[in-house]
Design a protein. Structure first.
Length: 230
């Protein structure tokens, strides 16, 4: 457990476990489907492996997770107590996107963006054959400028390096604009009309692309217009 607040209040007792840096983000990854250590690492790419391991062990000891062997690997599974935290994570995300809309440059991360996008693909709408979507962010330093989603029936892989398959669609935009589209701050159509997004590929794929993704679960949250979203 973290440092004690020395209060009987159940909010204080919960925060003794949950308010340590990264802990609720690990829970966020678990409630959105990550089960293995490497999957969790991709959802919190700026967290060191040693710290992730330490936080997972603490959550296991607290009864939030179970650590289970699975086919030669270790799987982390939420307990009943852990699954109840889904409501907490969703409430925090809803509140955050509604009342804290500003994004600093340091908040933008292509790794995290593509990881979130890959688990929100609508497989009922994507082409039946393997399709590669390449994202190019000209404003990002060269080593992280190009990313690929390799979409096959029932599966999506995120690739930091060229997967070796020709892209069916190339999306070129700034990392900020793509993040805003993903969060629901801006639509694909608005970004296209403003000339801030380009999509290259066969017309059928270009038209279908926005429908392949269900967007962030927080994209539909209503926002107070007076705050602005920049």
């Amino acid at each position: 457990m973290g440092s004690s607040y020395r209060q009987f209040c159940p909010v204080a007792k919960a925060l003794e476990l949950l308010d340590e840096r990264w802990t609720l983000l690990i829970v966020r990854e678990l409630v959105t489907g990550s089960r293995h250590f490497n999957e969790l690492r991709r959802g919190v790419p700026r967290m060191s492996p040693s710290l992730l391991s330490s936080r997972l062990s603490r959550l296991v000891r607290a009864g939030i997770l179970e650590r289970r062997p699975s086919g030669g690997r270790v799987e982390y599974v939420l307990t009943d107590a852990g699954r109840e935290l889904q409501q907490v994570v969703e409430a925090l995300g809803t509140w955050g996107i509604r009342w804290i809309p500003q994004l600093g440059d340091e908040d933008l991360d292509p790794h995290l963006l593509l990881w979130d996008m890959h688990r929100n693909v609508d497989h009922e709408r994507v082409p039946a054959e393997r399709t590669v979507v390449q994202f190019r962010f000209p404003d990002v330093p060269a080593p992280s400028r190009d990313w690929w989603l390799v979409i096959t029936p029932g599966e999506v892989d995120v690739c930091e390096d060229d997967p070796g398959f020709p892209p069916g669609v190339l999306v070129t935009t700034s990392l900020r604009r793509m993040t805003e589209i993903w969060r629901g701050d801006l639509s694909w159509a608005e970004a296209l009309r403003a000339g801030e997004l380009e999509v290259h590929g066969p017309e059928s794929l270009r038209r279908g692309l926005p429908l392949w993704f269900t967007l962030s679960q927080f994209a539909p949250v209503p926002r107070p217009p007076a705050l602005g979203h920049t």
